[in-house]
Every structure is written in C-alpha cells, then in structure tokens.
Design a protein around this ligand. Structure first.
Ligand code: PMP
Length: 420
C-alpha cells in the first residue's frame, strides 16, 4: 500500500477547522507534524494498542498519549473506574478517598516520596518542585541538562548559552533573560560540566533537575555512574537532586528509574501514567522537605482540580495492574521491536539505530528528513509513530505479537522504499 491509497480527507477537513480555532491547529505543538510534514490524523477513538482516525483508518499506536497508556487505550478496568467515579461527582474541591489511595500506591512503589502533592500536569509538578527546592534551600539557581524537557515553566524553557555549559538563554519568546539567567545548563551525561557549574555557583544552586533516562531528545540512557555522580555532587553542594520521572515513573520499572538504577533523589516529579490518561501530575520527596509546602510551610502551591476524583480513579486502576509480569512483557516487546528494526535496517542498508530502555525506544536516523520519510512510510501502512525523532516510542501492555509483527513488516517495507 502507498500513502496515496489512504483516504484522509476527513482528517484534513477537521484540521482545517482546527486551524481556525487553535494555533497550528493543535493544543500541543508536536501534534502538528511540523517535524515530519503532512497533515495530522484526527483521532475518533482508541482501544488497546490501536487508534482509529475520523476517516476510519486503523492505526497501531506507539504514541500512547506520550506515556500514560501503558495498559493500552480504554482498558476495561480503567474505563469502569472512571465511570464509577463520574457517577459520584466529577470534582469536590475537598479531600477525597481516592487521592489518599493513589498516594499510598505511589509511596509504596517509590519510597523516596514520603509525602507528595498532586497537581494536574507534569509542567505544574516540575514548576512546583523547583519553587519548593528554592524555598527549602533559600537559594535561587537551578541546574538543568541540555536536551532535558520538564514542561513549559519559564525557568525550564532554557538552553545552553554560547558555550556547551553555563548560564542559560531563553528557548521561548516570553521568557525573560533574568529568569533564564537563574538556570544553569550542562550537557547530559557530562559529570565534569556539572562539577564545574557547582564549583563556580555551588552555594547559590537550589537544585539540579534531570530526566534519569532522557526521553525528550530521543531516548538516551544515563551513562554508567552518571546518576550516582549527580547524587554525590548535589549532596556535597547542599543542592537538591530532582528526578523528573514524568516519563520513566511506573514505566521503566514500577519504582521508576530511581528503582532501576538504585539512586535516590531528594524530590521526584511524576505525571502521565499516574493519571491513567487523565490530567495528573505529582511532586514529592522527603517529609522534611515537603513540610515546607503550604499549609504546613511557607512555599505556596495549590490547585482547584488537584486530586480530582475521576483522575485519581483512573490512575489507581492503572497502577494496580502494573505488576512484574507486565514489566517483563513490556521489556520483551521492546526487545522484539529493537531487534526487528535493527535487522530491517541492516537488510535495507539503512543507518537507523535503535536506542531502548524497556518499553521506551527511539529509532534514530542520521537526519530528520530520513526520519520524516520513515514516519510517513509507517503511517501509510497503519503504524503511528511519534512525529519526531526527538521523542520516545511508547509500547503498551495491550500490544501483542500481532501488532509487533505488523509493525516490523511495515518497517521493512518502509525502509526498502526509502532505499529504492
Ligand atoms: N517532564 C517530562 C520528562 C516530560 O516528558 C514532560 C512532557 N512530555 C513533562 C515533564 C511535562 O508534562 P506535561 O506535558 O504533563 O505538562
């Protein structure tokens, strides 16, 4: 099948209407396909590992809502939990049972979170964790690693200045130079660069925030000993170590990257999976640090929809399914795709290289144009990949070898077409 044979006229019509109401026709930039070109599919429904667009085309999904859908779409237990919760009311603005149960589930899986606070997105969680780190330490600066993404709070939309490391510069219009100057940047997996920043600014650094497995520049695992070094250096400097586990939490292991690599941060940022597809984030850590958060302490942070009962119900239903068997299965699926893609690349003479941690993986091409061709080759064959090679593919427990085989057949054909 070639791209020309797939009818996408309804998606195109809806995207035209969307462009009249949203910037770029979307509510989050990556959805607009700018990195790969073409028109996004508008999704009508989803079940298990599959999506259906408004033209009725079926797609095997590797976006998985960018992480939350670890059980696949519309998992019966999650749907039932959501329905039951909705019937009891959608929001109270008062304490509820489900938020306590979900928090207990999380703290049991990730013991470094002695206390936590629910918010409504990963952005909000990261932003709040930084404010807390600053309030707790009485220091202003933070260290962020180049290529790391922690949501769109001002202090985190910052890249390296002229050198590879040092004072940050805004990556977004609307972020002031003054805010960006409080963010110091070091390359990922470079211990010496962090050491240099701490030597120079140590007594004014409140925290270092890191994705323990980088997943927003494509998947890049931590070098051996890297996380341990960050732990030691931040401790020596009196700065907090913040793990942003919005992607890795309950994904690379039930206890997240901190369990997988055995390194304990002071604060952890969570999102995505803990809401089972509904808007949830959380930040948490040692009780003594969390005691600084209002109303116990002076660091203010609040949210009308925080701990929302429907979102808590979906999160709880999701996390309760995630046992060792699920993680074993996910790792097997990831390994199957990695091996199949690498093999397909070899026979097609492609430079594609797969990097994987469990069920997170990226197929890196030597340039974005090649990735764009591969992406469209896959899409026209019914496989939806993240529309940028800076993003991770997310495999779910609802995928089966049927979808994996179909994916690898499509990949072989797409790579052959590219070589032709
Ligand atoms: N941190 C990481 C590591 C992320 O990948 C993301 C989103 N992809 C965020 C934070 C922000 O989360 P949200 O989109 O829910 O605001």
């Amino acid at each position: 099948m070639t791209a020309g044979e797939v009818d996408t006229s309804r998606s195109a019509e809806w995207m035209a209407r969307a462009e009249a109401v949203f910037p770029g026709g979307v509510n989050s930039p990556v959805r607009a396909f700018r990195a790969v070109g073409g028109t996004p599919r508008v999704i009508a429904r989803a079940a298990g590992p599959r999506l259906w667009d408004v033209d009725g085309n079926e797609l095997i999904d590797y976006i998985g809502s960018w992480g939350p859908m670890i059980l696949g779409h519309a998992h019966p237990e999650v749907v039932a939990a959501a329905q039951a919760a909705v019937e009891r009311g959608t929001s109270y603005g008062a304490p509820n049972v489900l938020e306590v149960e979900l928090a207990e589930e999380i703290t049991a899986a990730m013991p470094s979170l002695e206390r936590l606070r629910f918010v409504s997105s990963g952005t909000e969680a990261a932003m709040s964790a930084l404010r807390l780190a600053r309030g707790y330490t009485g220091r202003d600066k933070i260290i962020k690693l180049a290529g790391g993404y922690h949501g769109h709070a001002d202090a985190l939309l910052v890249r390296a200045g002229s050198g590879a490391a040092g004072i940050g510069r805004p990556t977004s219009a609307g972020v002031t130079e003054a805010v960006a100057a409080e963010t110091l940047i070091a390359p990922y997996n470079d211990v010496r660069a962090v050491q240099r920043l701490l030597d120079e600014h140590g007594t004014s650094v409140a925290a270092l925030i890191v994705e323990p497995v980088a997943a927003n520049m494509g998947v890049v695992p931590p070098a051996a000993g890297y996380l341990e070094s960050l732990r030691r250096l931040t401790h020596e400097a009196g700065a907090l170590l913040i793990f942003d586990e919005v992607i890795t939490g309950f994904r690379v292991a039930r206890g997240g990257a901190q369990a997988l690599y055995g390194v304990t941060p002071d604060l952890t940022v969570l999102g995505k999976i803990i809401g089972g597809g509904l808007p949830v984030g959380a930040y948490g850590g040692r009780a003594e640090i969390m005691a600084e958060v209002a109303p116990d302490g002076p660091v203010y942070q609040a949210g009308t929809l925080s701990g929302n009962p429907v979102a808590m119900a979906c999160g709880l239903a999701t996390l309760r399914q995630l046992n060792d068997d699920v993680y074993r299965q996910l790792d097997e699926y990831g390994a199957t795709i990695e091996a199949g893609l690498s093999d397909a690349a070899r026979s097609a003479g492609s430079l594609l290289k797969v990097v994987r941690v469990g069920s997170l993986l990226t197929a890196f091409f030597d340039d974005d144009a090649s990735f764009g061709r591969f992406f469209h080759g896959m899409l026209s064959r019914g496989v939806l990949l993240p529309p940028s090679q800076q993003e991770a593919w997310f495999v779910s427990a609802a995928h089966t070898y049927v979808e994996l085989r179909a994916t690898l057949v499509a990949a072989r054909a797409a790579l052959r077409e590219m070589a032709a």
